[in-house]
Write a protein that binds this ligand. Structure first.
Ligand code: MCA
Ligand code: AMP
Length: 488
């Protein structure tokens, strides 16, 4: 398991961030030191939930390992999320401790006060021998929050065993080795950036760079540097890299294209990869993106293989994964990678399984060249920029807006974002038209909802289409939004 293998390759570089490189040995001792601080003075933290509000790189990675050394369950937070969303996660998970980077101390203090948490700051001077007692494979390791069709986001609980199964499956399928070097430009409160990139690199002794977020020019320069072997991202990131390439001078384009062509593997996932993006990326870099399909609850389920990559298809089951699918219909998944339960939601957990198979809610089809995904069963789940958001949660928020009498949120196709959040609004009789401008609404929503949930397109209507039962007909709402090339 990850913790047991950390004392291998100790002299190798584990990560690179704005402070420079850090060896596996320093990470091992630093995280063990922080783990001790989490338990001081002699508190048994096993099974407690510890929120993580840390900068990507050494601070985040040390923090999650420290939580695991202490036997607790990690609850990663996104430092840029508005306070109401952080409050929901910390409160729902019933965290007892928050570990934070010094730069996020103020926000962490605010959360600690509201939720009565102990606050521990990361500290580069902490060092310790790793403890002999390790968590058991069946112990809960991680809670990641995900949007659904009911209520607020819910916590997906992974055990050390399910995380281990996910990592070893990816190592086998995509032939990760200690020689690999990757860069994480994705957020760390999702499985993609956290497990697929950061933890899997650590698990096999590879190196992971953390620039702290996505910047297209920086990523191109790193891809072109010759320092990297593996790159993983969501389709929106590839689309934005293509735009940056098109905006660049010709000598820079040549350097970027040649450098990027030398990586051994580039993977796309978290949302459908448009064939046009795959083709353009191949023209620019010579790389054929390997598309795979996954989900917070199950890790990686289907993937094209290193040898066989079929545009518009998501391949075959990953090592260890079993799927159930009749020709065309809802995809069901089973295997050791699958999550244990939704945190404190037993009825939603049992509803999500059928005879031990997890119901993904995705509609798939068996095709001669691997599987194809046809979309989601629920129209109320939107994927924008690789982020899953609930239309219902956005509607609930905007119903509080003084100019909104009623609203209906749908996802509409968008070249850059995959889907853009679009909202039809029936205004109140005295609504100020200026308050209904998209930028105004986004600004109003910013303190309540995270960035992906803010509407990109708005349409003021005189009535919402409803069926005989009075229910809003979302397909008709979506049709009212004219196609647009780009949501910005
Ligand atoms: C940012 N904005 C967005 C999104 N992100 N709008 C719609 N959808 C989004 N996802 C807004 C910003 O608030 C800003 O608005 C404007 O877009 C441009 O912001 P910018 O700074 O350029 O964007 P960014 O912050 O760089 O973010 C773009 C991103 C990011 C890098 C594509 O959204 C991202 O990291 N997405 C990946 C999420 C992810 O990891 N998903 C995996 C979950 P304004 O100008 O008004 O301020 S799925 C998963 O884990 C499963 C297991 C799987 O299969 O992988
Ligand atoms: P999340 O719940 O945020 O982990 O997102 C998982 C969802 O993203 C899946 O249920 C799919 O709907 C979608 N998804 C992930 N990978 C792909 C892919 N390659 N193609 C289409 N949809 C995908």
């Amino acid at each position: 398991m990850l913790l047991d293998g950390l004392d291998t390759f100790t002299d190798r570089v584990a990560l690179l961030d704005s402070e420079g490189t850090m060896s596996r040995l320093s990470l091992l001792e630093g995280s063990a030191g922080l783990g001790e601080a989490l338990c001081a003075p002699n508190v048994d933290r096993r099974g407690e939930r510890i929120a993580i509000l840390c900068r990507p790189g050494r601070e985040f990675t040390s923090a999650i390992l420290a939580v695991w050394w202490s036997g607790a369950i990690a609850v990663p937070l996104h430092p840029e999320h508005p306070v109401p969303e952080l409050d929901h996660v910390v409160g729902d998970a019933r965290c007892s401790v928050i570990v934070a980077s010094p730069v996020h101390a103020e926000l962490a203090r605010q959360l600690a006060t509201t939720h009565d948490l102990r606050l521990v700051l990361t500290d580069p001077t902490l060092r310790s021998e790793p403890p002999r007692r390790r968590p058991e494979a069946e112990d809960d390791a991680l809670i990641v929050y995900t949007s659904g069709t009911t209520g607020r986001p819910k916590g997906v609980v992974h055990t050390h065993r399910s995380l281990e199964a996910q990592m070893t499956s990816m190592i086998e399928a995509w032939q990760w080795t200690a020689e690999d070097r990757t860069i994480c430009v994705l957020p760390l409160h999702h499985v993609h950036g956290l497990v697929n990139v950061t933890l899997t690199a650590l698990r096999c002794g590879a190196m992971c760079e953390s620039p702290g977020g996505f910047d297209a020019v920086h990523v191109w320069n790193r891809l072109a540097s010759g320092d990297l072997t593996v790159f993983m991202a969501v389709p929106t990131i590839y689309a934005r890299l293509i735009t940056a390439w098109e905006d660049a001078e010709s000598d820079i384009r040549t350097r970027w294209s040649e450098g990027a062509g030398r990586l051994r593997l580039m993977v796309s996932g978290s949302a459908a990869l448009p064939v046009s993006v795959l083709e353009r990326w191949r023209e620019l870099t010579g790389q054929v993106l390997l598309e795979r399909y996954g989900m917070t609850e199950v890790g990686m389920a289907l993937s094209n293989t290193l040898e066989r990559r079929v545009p518009g298809h998501v391949g075959w089951p990953m090592p260890g994964v079993e799927i159930r699918l009749d020709e065309e219909g809802e995809l069901l998944v089973r295997g050791p990678q699958v999550f244990d339960r939704y945190w404190r939601r037993p009825s939603e957990t049992s509803a999500a399984f059928e005879d031990g198979w997890f119901r993904t809610g995705d509609v798939a089809k068996i095709a001669p060249n691997g599987h194809r995904l046809l979309g989601r069963a629920s129209i109320d789940i939107i994927k924008t920029g690789g982020e899953k958001v609930s239309a219902l949660e956005i509607e609930e928020c905007f119903r509080e807006h003084p100019a909104v009498a009623e609203c209906a949120v749908v996802g509409v196709p968008d070249r850059t974002w995959g889907e853009a959040v679009a909202m039809a609004i029936l205004p109140t009789s005295d609504a100020d038209p200026a308050a209904l401008e998209v930028d105004e609404l986004r600004d109003w929503g910013r303190s309540r909802l995270s960035a992906p949930k803010l509407p990109r397109r708005v349409l003021v209507v005189e009535a919402l289409p409803r069926n005989a039962l009075g229910k809003v007909v979302k397909t008709e709402v979506a049709e009212r939004f004219q196609p647009s090339g780009d949501g910005g």
